[in-house]
Design a protein around this ligand. Structure first.
Ligand code: FAD
Length: 311
């Protein structure tokens, strides 16, 4: 109930306009978002690199409605790729197709993505196509197989969500085609005909798909903060004597910061997803929906600041 309310709020533009001007919400967002600028995102990645952790940089913003917005986002990605090459920071990028104009004009989206992928390929950097709600799953995979795989497969991968009923079949096709996959549980509110409504089923599917990817995938990325999933992965890797360098764990910036160095010390690769930019509201609401305890954390900060302000 709480989760669906927060996910509904994440899509309300009027609420976003109100929240964006609110100083407390902005400060809270800083826990999960590196900042509004590219320089802040690169600095956050360098900081992680100092702890032997790599990064993927994500310009916040999705479902753009004007071609100029999509082109602006493309230019930011091109500039971020140049900064990654210039600084030598160990980072790649994550991109959403709707941010590149998929809903405006598929041709525009393709042109924007080609520009990004050409730059990434020239610099030997990697681009992950984030997965959006189930309304985009088929379109994203079609886009990948039609336009990306023939030219850029080495430099670009996709995301699969264990909450979706279709994902087992998608994973088999991706394994067969040696596509790099990031596996996550899925952040969107989905109807029960396409997604498992019960969390234990989502988790059980995560474990099933994770095992398939660890055994047969192309350098899979296990994106989760769930210690039970992480334990399952570690157990499977040990049991099958798989190479720990053959996959990576991924986590979100600001989430389970305690776990990241532990995994690193155990010899596992860890990459952190660093969002940046001004469109942080829907992203923040999705993080709150995942862990409503974060709301208590936010309210405690509001109270603390109110008391401090009254002094
Ligand atoms: C690197 C990365 C990339 C992702 N890319 C996508 C994508 O492309 N498409 C997509 O739909 N989703 C994406 N997600 C989000 C993902 O689908 C989940 O919504 C999110 O990761 C929460 O699921 P979980 O596996 O951590 O497990 P959960 O069962 O949700 O959480 C397990 C535990 O992790 C901790 N935790 C989880 N979330 C939070 C939080 N926000 N704050 C504090 N603690 C938390 C808590 O201790 C919780 O008990 C991505 C996640 C990561 C880590």
């Amino acid at each position: 109930m709480m989760r669906s309310g927060l996910l509904w709020l994440s899509e309300q533009q009027r609420v976003f306009r109100f929240v964006r001007t609110n100083g407390l919400a902005r400060r809270f967002a800083r826990r999960f978002v590196a900042g509004e600028t590219e320089a802040e995102a690169i600095a956050a990645a360098q900081d992680l690199n100092g702890r032997d952790i790599t990064a993927t940089l994500d310009l916040l913003g999705e479902s753009v409605t004007r071609a100029e917005e999509a082109e602006r986002a493309r230019n930011v990605y091109l500039s971020v790729l140049d900064r990654i090459a210039a600084t030598g920071v160990h980072a790649n990028v994550s991109v959403k197709l709707t941010q590149m104009g998929l809903d405006i004009d598929p041709g525009l989206c393709l042109a924007n993505m080609r520009a990004i992928l050409d730059r990434a390929k020239a610099q030997d950097c990697f681009v992950r196509l984030d997965m959006e709600s189930s309304a985009y799953t088929q379109r994203t995979l079609d886009f990948y197989f039609q336009h990306v795989a023939p030219v850029y497969r080495t430099w670009c991968g996709v995301v699969i969500q264990s909450c979706l009923r279709r994902s087992a079949a998608d994973i088999e096709r991706l394994i067969e085609n040696k596509v790099r996959v990031r596996l996550c549980k899925g952040a969107y509110l989905e109807p029960p005909d396409v997604a498992f409504p019960d969390k234990p089923d989502v988790d059980a599917n995560y474990v099933r798909l994770m095992r398939r990817l660890l055994e047969s995938g192309n350098y899979p990325a296990l994106a989760t903060h769930d210690v039970r999933m992480i334990e399952q992965a570690r157990g499977f890797v040990t049991e099958r004597k798989l190479d720990p360098a053959g996959f990576e764990f991924q986590m979100l910036y600001g989430v389970r910061r305690d776990l990241q160095p532990v995994l690193r010390r155990q010899g596992y690769r860890v990459r952190i997803y660093i969002p940046f930019g001004s469109h942080w509201y829907p992203y923040l609401m999705r993080r709150l929906a995942e862990r409503p305890a974060n709301i208590a954390f936010m309210l405690a900060n509001v109270a603390k600041e109110a008391v401090a302000g009254g002094r």
